[in-house]
Write a protein that binds this ligand. Structure first.
Ligand code: 5GP
Length: 129
């Protein structure tokens, strides 16, 4: 069965898309730790980060860096934090989170955003790429 992220990549489930290329899809986390919380996902469905082939791993880091730079320009913050967890969705993804304080990287802190705000942020990041 396809992961929820594969369904998002295939357009079967809607998402606030930030960017994509042949290998990766970047979109806003639906339950963000902080405004601008973005996920970067390889289109090829692999469960764990360190199971990726070295080239795929390096490409994911390189693509995540591009997104993080655009994100930092779009959302005022002290820096972009990066985390890889995957306990909820077993399809590799990098969390990019604009940080103001340490709590922003902790997954028990969530912010509520309206759809219009998700759309605005996704567009702002995308415009910086
Ligand atoms: P992890 O697997 O790294 O523990 O967390 C999965 C992340 O994916 C969570 O931050 C969660 O909010 C996000 N997520 C889960 N389902 C969806 C979804 O359907 N759409 C979006 N945009 N994000 C999701």
């Amino acid at each position: 069965m396809s992961s929820i992220f594969t369904k998002i990549i295939n357009g079967e489930i809607p998402s606030y898309k930030v960017a994509e290329n042949d290998e990766f899809y970047a979109f806003l986390d639906i339950n963000p730790n902080a405004k601008g919380h973005t996920l970067v996902v390889p289109k090829k469905e692999v469960n764990k980060l360190f199971d990726l082939e070295e080239d795929a791993y390096n490409s994911l880091m390189s693509y995540s860096r591009k997104i993080a730079i655009a994100l930092e320009e779009a959302v005022p913050c002290k820096r972009i934090g990066m985390a890889v967890i995957g306990l909820e969705v077993p399809h590799v993804h990098v969390h990019l989170i604009p940080l103001q304080e340490m709590e922003d990287i902790q997954f028990n802190k969530k912010v509520k955003l309206e759809p219009q705000e998700f759309i605005k942020i996704a567009k702002a990041i995308s415009n910086n790429l």
